[in-house]
Design a binder for this molecule. Sequence first.
Ligand SMILES: Nc1nc(=O)c2c([nH]1)NC[C@@H]1CN(c3ccc(C(=O)N[C@@H](CCC(=O)O)C(=O)O)cc3)C=[N+]21
Length: 428
Amino acid sequence: MFVYVVMYRTSTLMRLRLLEQNFLYEHLRHYYKTLNPNSNFRAIIGLRLQSICKLHTMALIDTAATMIFTSSSSSSSTARLLLFNNTKLHKFPNTISNFRRSTSLHFGTSSPTSRTIVTHCSSSPASAIQVNNETLATVIDGKRVAKDIREEIAVEISRMKEEIGIVPGLAVILVGDRKDSATYVRNKKKACDSVGINSYEVRLAEDSTEEEVLNHISKFNDDPSVHGILVQLPLPSHMNEQNVLNAVCIEKDVDGFHPLNIGRLAMRGREPLFVPCTPKGCIELLHRYDIPIKGKRAVVIGRSNIVGMPAALLLQREDATVSIVHSRTKNPEEITRQADIIISAVGQPNMVRGSWVKPGAVLIDVGINPVEDPECARGYRLVGDICYEEASKVASAITPVPGGVGPMTIAMLLSNTLLSAKRIHNLR
Ligand SMILES: Nc1nc(=O)c2c([nH]1)NC[C@@H]1CN(c3ccc(C(=O)N[C@@H](CCC(=O)O)C(=O)O)cc3)C=[N+]21
């Protein structure tokens, strides 16, 4: 089986007057004829965008593509309309050079292969054509975006070092020996090293006192080489989380958990010092995939202080119409089914089923839930809150777990640490 891709630039579409439906239809049909040597045919029609395509254009191309594939003799034809844009395309150099050579392309033999070229898809339901119950929701690649961001941050940090001789520093306090916390802290340290942030780590025993933690925080508050302080949560139950978090001075609270910070986040016309990392990472993913937020219906599942609540505030700041669904919500699926964008942060494996999702919705899965799996080396594997298997058949774009929001959380922590150092040292 072959995958064919026909890709247009917006400017070409304009020049060829292809935006008039029949012209486009004829044009695509021409390609279809020349490219269809056998009946077992699969096509992806890509549209290269200079800017976000207008909805009516989308609908038009959608219709033309459907016309072609319904008028074809092959019953096994599959048509998908995908949107590509310039910023995403440069990450697929081979794909692009092939596109330049010809407008058609042979891909591998199975649909997983074709996934590799899926770089961007509009959140509009009109953008995804489904035939044969086939699905290819865009996989929002958090791991890749996080890597891009780390590279951007590394450049900024070396500039900072050169201009004012300052290297940003991040202090992490870890209490107890939860395995998952230890893993995150290790990942954070690795990420700091990769961009040139100095990291300072304090590990305290599970039975340490709150006072000890407060002492360390106080020292870091006063240490000019430390620009960000993070107390890894959850803390042991004998400690008062509020007391501890309140002790971190707001200028170094790179988690953005300080109440004053959340207050500013909630108010119009005010700016928080730091946007909490996980929600910031979610929005950054939407931005980097050119997924529009303004005027969209967004549903946040979960109302935690560290993800759900600030995520809802951020979406509102981006002009979405926001609803929050939580453990006491009656018929949550009725509400999520109305959403153009869903951010789920509840910690329940596979809770959000395919039937909860509106066709074409964009899904951001914050949940990182271990489920037992004897076939995995660690004895467990990680799954999200969203049933990926089902939801990816309905959505237009979805974040995987792992490799979605998780790496973005860490990238945003680095970004906040850099921001803090710049602010403290009055750099641009
Ligand atoms: N003060 C504080 N700030 C936090 O930001 C904070 C915290 N406490 N406590 C715990 C949660 C959780 N968290 C994660 C960060 C990265 C991954 C991550 O990179 N996950 C990888 C998988 C990692 C693995 O394989 O175990 C992924 O999703 O691809 C996950 C979870 C930050 N948190």
